[in-house]
Each structure stands twice: as C-alpha cells, then as structure tokens.
Design a protein around this ligand. Structure first.
Ligand SMILES: Nc1ncnc2c1ncn2[C@@H]1O[C@H](COP(=O)(O)OP(=O)(O)OP(=O)(O)O)[C@@H](O)[C@H]1O
Length: 277
C-alpha cells in the first residue's frame, strides 16, 4: 500500500455536514469527508452522484451550500485561497486563439504574479505537464491531450497547494492518461494535495485514498488496497461495482441512502448562497 506522505499535516480539505441543493433537490444531503494534505484522493461515483457538485463546493463556486467546507484552513471560496487552489473543470478553460505561453502568462497575471516572475512561473507550469516545445503554438492547433494539459498548466501556474481536477483524463488515450497520473503523483510527492474525480476505475489504484459517492452519499472512504481486500474483488472496477450494488441494496431495503453511515463531525450551519445554480 502506498503510504500517505503527510499523515501529520492538517487536512487539505475538511467537509462537515455538507448539504447542497441543485434544481430544488438535495443532491448532496449531508457529507463529511477529508482530503489529507500531500496526497492524491480519487473521487469516484456513477454519473450524477455529485462529484462535480462536491468539487464546486470545495472551490467555493457552488450555490445553495450549507455545512462546513474548509480548504487549507480557510472557508472554501475565501479570497486568500485564490492562489492556493487550482481548479480544472471538465471543459477546456483556456483561450484557443492564444498560444500556450500567452494563456499561461494571462492566468499567471490573473493570479497576481508580478510580471517579473511570470516567465519563470509559465516555464515551471509547462515543465510540470511536459508541454515544453509548444510555447508558441496556438491552443486551437493542439491535440486534445495537449489541450487538457494546457488547462492543467493554467491551474498550476500560481503554484497552488491544492489541485481540484474534474475528470482530467476524460477522452485521453491510455498513454496520455498514464503520463498525466505520473504528473499527479509527482505533484503529490512535491507536497501538493490533489482531489481528482474520475470515471476510470483503473485510475483508482493510482490514488492514496478513494472517496466513493452514490447519490451524494459517501459509500466508502478507503485505500485502493483495502477496497480490494474488503470486497474480495479482483480489480478496482469490480470492487467499485460491488460497493455500489451493496449501497443500492441498502437503499432498496427502505433505508435512505442519505442516512448511510458517514463518519465525522456535525454541521456547523454555516450557509452560503452564490450563483443560484
Ligand atoms: N445546474 C444544475 N441544476 C440542477 N441540477 C443539477 C445541475 N447540475 C447538476 N445537477 C444535478 O445534480 C446531481 C449531481 O450532479 P453532478 O454533476 O455533481 O454529478 P457527477 O457525479 O459529477 O456526474 P458526471 O459523472 O456525469 O459528471 C445530478 O443529479 C444532476 O442532475
């Protein structure tokens, strides 16, 4: 089992009693979870289980949120977290008419990096994602995989302590996925914390911990090894399906999935209203 390199450090993310309403219904009915610092935590779950919603709550852009979401010791969305948290959404978040370097310079400026430090920040982010040689290439001429890596570099350019990545490997071929996961592992080894959502179960084995969500409820918070041991499944995909089936059986039994035993602290009642989505 891969060791968590930062067991003594405070959690990078601490979620307690999180409730999120979207479209008039609670899509996360009450969640308690932590992301240990310096580790890669995988967020897994069926489509619509609330992964993106949880990530949005962590970066502070989700409306109709109650409970506590603490990021690097601050309330999620605090202005002081702007440079400390990098977020990559499912959609490409860079400008296709600008070159790679122009995009990264722009995001560095947005993050408040002074012009004299930007060149080095851009070079470091490009090197982090192995995009060297593409500086002057307009993003519209890049391959899909390269484009994904520019989005990741844009999130890395301010050297954030926490990276929140929403399905960063979707649509990538196996070689690019492997390379990207090597990058994630390298970033964690350098002390960064990563919260990464994914549909691809073989990626689960690359994580230090796994959070499995179903209908906004935490089904498991477990290491990849314990997932296999506890389910007796031969691989992560079948282990995951076994847990989801077990959770479905509990739901069919009449008990609400919202009541599924989520360990942790109670809600503090701190509420936020944001963009109404
Ligand atoms: N803007 C919105 N308005 C109303 N309901 C929404 C909105 N966005 C998402 N939802 C609902 O919230 C629930 C959780 O969605 P979310 O996008 O967090 O799931 P997900 O696990 O990330 O799904 P996927 O893996 O398909 O991206 C879903 O039932 C979805 O229909």
């Amino acid at each position: 089992m891969r060791q968590n390199p930062s067991e003594a450090r405070p959690a990078a993310v601490r979620v307690a009693g999180l409730r999120v309403v979207r479209g008039g219904r609670p899509v996360i009915p009450g969640l308690d979870v932590e992301v240990p610092a310096g580790s890669v935590v995988g967020l897994l779950g069926p489509s619509g289980s609330g992964k993106t919603t949880l990530l949005r709550a962590v970066v502070g852009v989700q409306a109709q949120v109650s409970g506590t979401v603490e990021v690097l010791g601050e309330p999620a969305g605090s202005p002081s977290l702007r440079r400390r948290v990098g977020y990559v959404t499912q959609d490409a978040s860079v400008y296709t008419d600008l070159t790679v370097a122009q995009n990264l310079d722009y995001f560095a400026a947005l993050a408040g990096i002074p012009s004299r430090g930007r060149k080095a920040a851009v070079a470091a982010a490009m090197s982090d994602v192995d995009l060297g040689g593409h500086e002057k290439q307009p993003v519209r001429t890049l391959s899909g995989g390269e484009c994904s890596r520019v989005s990741l570099a844009a999130a890395l350019v301010a050297d954030p302590e926490l990276l929140v990545l929403d399905e960063p490997t979707v649509g990538l071929d196996p070689v690019l996925r492997r390379d990207l996961w090597e990058t994630f592992r390298r970033l964690a080894a350098s002390g960064k914390s990563l919260l990464v959502s994914s549909h691809v179960m073989d990626e689960a084995t690359q994580c230090d911990r796994l959070l499995l969500l179903r209908e906004g409820v935490l089904v498991a918070d477990i290491t990849p090894r314990a997932l296999l041991e506890e389910t007796g499944a031969p691989d992560a995909e079948r282990a995951f399906l076994a847990l989801i089936d077990a959770a479905n059986a509990v739901g069919a039994d009449g008990s609400s999935p919202a009541a599924g035993g989520v360990p942790g602290a109670a809600a503090t009642g701190r509420a936020r209203e944001e963009d109404g989505r």
